[in-house]
Design a protein around this ligand. Structure first.
Ligand SMILES: NC(=O)c1ccc[n+]([C@@H]2O[C@H](COP(=O)([O-])OP(=O)(O)OC[C@H]3O[C@@H](n4cnc5c(N)ncnc54)[C@H](O)[C@@H]3O)[C@@H](O)[C@H]2O)c1
Length: 336
């Protein structure tokens, strides 16, 4: 894959799971990376190895503050906007804060990108935008009604990005991420994502709690596929590929029951007792959809996307990473 090199790139949410992986990757190709984060859900542990790199600048600030956004965007070539409050349950418990960060914060970043005349802003959109649409696989132009406050915020991002292109000529690309997993994803807290939460429970010999009967399915997407999409989105100069959104996924779906079986298989290499840990089934979640599967044809055709990691391949790396790092990181998050 052709790389992005020698550019100045602002990564908002750069201390989070996806953002820190993007920081790390882009620094390897001699880019200067500016990370804007308020550490609300991200962690210093995710970027501790980057702080000594002279090409890395950490700005502690909040995207709800326009001055912080202007300050961060000054002089950059590109923005990768990852900062947001994730989690559907969090948005149901606190829709106002989710809206302030995900909508007002997003708008601030668009204004800052416009004023700084950045070449392009690539932003984290979400598969939750498909809402109650039952069609499978999900194609970008067929969406339903949102099922949660979080889903609304992510759809509003797409609408704002489109209007900023039409009215101010700002170039954007939205990446609708599907259940991303991998190194640096936080397993702790009430709003942790399924894979890191299950890994932590299994490692502690606790029963993973599956919402529903385990037949719900997701298009689990390894972080390195997401990095590839971000690089391709940054690189493209084709007008037909810009100012639109792309599914960012592997293009296959796995039930939660099969996911747990795979996780147990990967983890028993390190601890055979994990094979005996039983699953517990709980209520289905409000705002949850039964099945999710992406069509990745648009990204293949317009950006040349070619995901390299299936769920199984990604899980091997992710599980090894959790095994090597979890104890340390659990302590760090407690002491944060
Ligand atoms: N992980 C997934 O499966 C997934 C799926 C769909 C969309 N997304 C989107 O991808 C992006 C990154 O998600 P992630 O999984 O890395 O989450 P994350 O919580 O690990 O990262 C988000 C980062 O944004 C920072 N942040 C939050 N509010 C901020 C604010 N007001 N100002 C500055 N920084 C702030 C957090 O501290 C954190 O470092 C988010 O926009 C999320 O909505 C993620």
């Amino acid at each position: 894959m052709q790389q992005i090199q020698n550019k100045v790139i602002l990564i908002t949410g750069g201390a989070g799971f996806i953002g820190s992986n993007l920081c790390d990757y882009l620094l390897r190709y001699n880019n200067k990376v500016v990370c804007l984060d308020n550490f609300s859900t991200g962690s210093r542990a995710n970027i501790k190895d980057l702080l000594a790199n002279p090409n890395f600048t950490l700005l502690e600030g909040d995207i709800r503050n326009l001055a912080d956004c202007h300050n961060a965007a000054r002089g950059v070539d590109y923005i990768l906007h990852q900062a947001a409050l994730g989690s559907i349950p969090r948005s149901i418990n606190d829709p106002i804060t989710t809206n302030e960060v995900n909508v007002s914060g997003f708008l601030n970043m668009l204004v800052a990108a416009r004023d700084a005349k950045v070449k392009k802003m690539v932003y984290a959109a979400s598969s939750s935008t498909y809402g109650d649409s039952e069609s499978l696989p999900k194609e970008e132009n067929v969406i339903g009604k949102p099922l949660s406050p979080y889903a609304i915020t992510k759809y509003v991002n797409e609408l704002y990005a489109d209007v900023f292109h039409k009215t101010y000529g700002l170039n954007t690309i939205g990446l609708r991420y599907f259940n991303v997993f991998g190194r640096n994803q936080n397993p702790n807290g009430a709003y942790a994502a399924a894979i890191p939460k299950f890994v932590m429970q299994l490692m502690n010999h606790q029963s993973p709690v599956v919402n529903g009967d385990g037949t719900n399915s997701r298009d689990f997407t390894y972080i390195d596929n997401v990095i590839q999409m971000n690089v391709l989105a940054l690189r493209t100069e084709d007008p037909a590929a810009m100012n639109t959104v792309y599914n960012t996924a592997f293009g296959d779906r796995t039930t939660l029951n099969d996911l747990i079986t795979s996780l147990k298989r990967c983890l028993t290499i390190f601890d055979p007792k994990i094979a005996n840990v039983e699953v517990v089934y709980g209520n289905t979640l409000v705002g949850d959809i039964p099945h999710s599967l992406a069509s990745i044809e648009k990204a293949r055709e317009r950006l040349g996307y070619n995901p390299q990691y299936s769920l199984q391949e990604g899980l091997k790396d992710a599980v090894k990473w959790y095994w090597d790092n979890l104890e340390i990181r659990t302590e760090e998050s407690i002491n944060k």
